[in-house]
Design a protein. Structure first.
Length: 317
């Protein structure tokens, strides 16, 4: 019986290769055969998306390309900012590349079953993709909130990860800003966010230059494994719009939910390190804040704290 099944399996693969030989060049057949025998694959899968994958290569790409393969990569972030992406799409920036005087402002949204991604691809020994946002004291062609990365109305189910972003302008309000009426499925992970070298702190206004700012009726946000440096205002600021409870201590179910802030490192923050506001049972854990309240002179600040929350859990920070 075992011998019979083995022979059936062999004949099945023979038939597969006979059919493929009529459709594919010989060299592709040889590669496929090697992958089947060894149990390996030469294809690249950088993120677990369900839709199209777009590639951007600042060094060898071309904006006239389709963007749909590594060989047909785009060059600039122009298409990323002008395209309305479908649920499940991914946009990957090549490691070792740098984009200057630009920002990330994608259009479109994922959905509950199809997460969208902005991430990286390429040799893991190369540094993360670098984006330098310099506004040159002008708001021309910028997102409406002066942020390096911005997701706005009706943009949910986005993962933004594996990027190195620096802001070098006095006009900047946030490095990453997420602003939505009903916000769910947003993840910011494994990013390095820098407000220049700290010399862009130009006034006593602590509303200038937050690291990550998330506002709206939050139903799910994850901020994890990020590094944030030299932010004049708050390092991480999450505001769920509705208080977690009333003055009697009764919880409000309409408050921000499913907020997780985990394993982030913050250094040289001008005001609050991590502030969670108007949330229901947020989880803040394994974070390090090194030198907060390093600039603001006229307001109370703290390394980490919740405000107007119910059941907040701050642990192992």
């Amino acid at each position: 019986m075992l011998k019979k099944k083995l022979l059936q399996g062999i004949w099945a693969w023979v038939l597969v290769f006979v059919m493929l030989s009529q459709m594919l060049p010989a060299e592709e057949i040889h590669v496929l055969a090697a992958e089947i025998i060894s149990g390996t694959s030469t294809s690249h899968s950088y993120v677990d998306n369900t839709g199209k994958t777009y590639y951007i290569d600042a060094d060898y790409g071309n904006d006239e390309n389709s963007g749909l393969t590594e060989e047909e990569a785009w060059a600039s972030l122009k298409h990323l900012n002008n395209t309305t992406f479908e649920p499940g799409d991914a946009i990957l920036l090549k490691r070792g590349c740098t984009w200057t005087d630009t920002f990330i402002y994608p259009k479109g949204s994922g959905d509950e079953k199809n997460q969208n991604y902005i991430s990286c691809y390429g040799d893991k020994d190369q540094p993360l993709p670098v984006i330098v946002t310099s506004y040159n004291d002008s708001d021309e062609n910028l997102p409406p909130v002066n942020a390096s990365v911005y997701l706005g109305k009706d943009q949910n189910y986005w993962t933004i990860e594996n990027l190195d972003i620096t802001v070098t302008s006095n006009n900047a309000k946030s490095i990453v800003r997420i602003q939505n009426n009903s916000l769910v499925g947003v993840e910011i992970k494994n990013c390095v966010l820098k407000g220049g070298d700290g010399n862009n702190w130009f006034s006593n206004n602590r509303d200038q230059l937050s690291g990550i700012l998330v506002t709206g009726y939050i139903k799910g946000v994850l901020l994890e494994n990020n590094e944030i440096y030299h932010c004049k205002a708050t390092g991480i600021n999450v505001d769920g719009s509705v208080a977690g409870c009333n003055y009697k201590g009764e919880r409000y179910e309409s408050s921000g939910k499913n907020v997780v802030i985990r394993n982030n490192y913050l250094e040289n923050i001008g005001g609050n390190g991590i502030l969670v506001n108007n949330c229901l049972e947020p989880l803040v854990e394994y974070n390090v804040v090194n030198r907060s309240h390093s600039y603001v002179q006229n307001a109370a600040c703290a390394g980490l704290w919740p405000f107007a929350c119910y059941g907040a859990l701050f642990q192992y920070n």
